[in-house]
Design a protein around this ligand. Structure first.
Ligand SMILES: Nc1ncnc2c1ncn2[C@@H]1O[C@H](COP(=O)(O)OP(=O)(O)OP(=O)(O)O)[C@@H](O)[C@H]1O
Length: 258
């Protein structure tokens, strides 16, 4: 059973950041987490990754609460790509991607050949193989993002948690990356701001507002003109082609203050 969130409640600084959030994907599904700034998408990913301990509810992996699992056990199964991953250390692309193999190495090391195959596959998948000897600090924002995805893939997880992975990417790489994630056999949770990309590449979307789920279902069920106006306060036209909604936003009249 993939990573499930059941009735998650999580508070920070006296505020309820997540309130009764339940998400139960089927194996291999791509779940889009949508919602305005501050609605709880990153917090939910943090809870799913086991980084934040929920005050209420459970995160289950194979039906077992991850709190009762060892950290390494969870790390072998769940890979995370954060929004602003960076390092001051002078490392190569290869060094970063090899970090993904750490959960698979025991006290006496691991199988170097297996590790190197996983690393090469991950670099190839993300189009970074030719850049493997580049230094991290020489990479563009988009290239760094792809390296972080490669690191997560090298981990060979069953579950992938991605926080706005298309940040910094040009449209061609956004489409490539989401197509890659969509085709991977693993279950993925992706926090996204772009409703059109979410509609194209997610099997199901979960819309959060102020820490609660306000809608969940297929993109065609959820991404409606009413929802866009209700959740984002933006008027839009939504058309559906081949079962995939496309959102065209209406430009708000600018308030001129004199
Ligand atoms: N450690 C923390 N301490 C205090 N407040 C927090 C903490 N972490 C999150 N929050 C608050 O919880 C709310 C949800 O934040 P979160 O980062 O999960 O939202 P988000 O949907 O990912 O936002 P964005 O789209 O801007 O990335 C915000 O109001 C945020 O300020």
């Amino acid at each position: 059973m993939p990573l499930h969130a059941k009735h998650i409640g999580w508070s920070r600084g006296g505020n309820l950041v997540l309130d009764g959030v339940t998400v139960e994907p089927s194996p291999g599904e791509t779940i889009g987490l949508l919602g305005p700034n501050g609605s709880g998408k990153s917090s939910l990913l943090g809870v799913l990754a086991g980084v934040h301990k929920p005050d209420a509810g459970h995160v289950l992996l194979d039906g077992i609460d991850i709190r009762s699992m060892r950290r390494r056990q969870v790390a072998r199964r769940v890979a995370t790509v954060e929004q602003h991953a960076d390092t001051e250390v002078d490392v190569s692309v290869l060094d970063v991607v090899r970090l993904g193999r750490i959960p698979h190495r025991g006290a006496f090391g691991g199988d170097d050949a297996v590790d190197e195959i996983a690393v090469e596959m991950a670099l190839r998948h993300t189009g970074m193989l030719d850049h493997r000897y580049r230094r991290w600090h020489t990479l563009s924002g988009g290239e760094r993002q792809r390296v972080q995805i490669a690191r997560a893939l090298a981990q060979e997880p069953d579950e992938l948690l991605l926080d706005e992975p298309t940040n910094h990417l040009d449209i061609s790489h956004q489409l490539d990356l989401l197509a890659l994630v969509y085709e991977l056999p693993m279950t993925s949770y992706i926090a996204l701001h772009d409703l059109n990309l979410a509609a194209m590449f997610c099997d199901r979307v979960v819309v959060l507002a102020r820490g609660s789920i306000v809608a969940t279902g297929t993109p065609a069920e959820v991404v409606t003109e009413e929802l866009v106006e209700h959740v984002y306060g933006v008027r839009a036209q939504v058309t559906i082609e081949d079962g995939i909604p496309t959102v065209k936003y209406r430009r708000a009249l600018r308030a001129v203050m004199r």
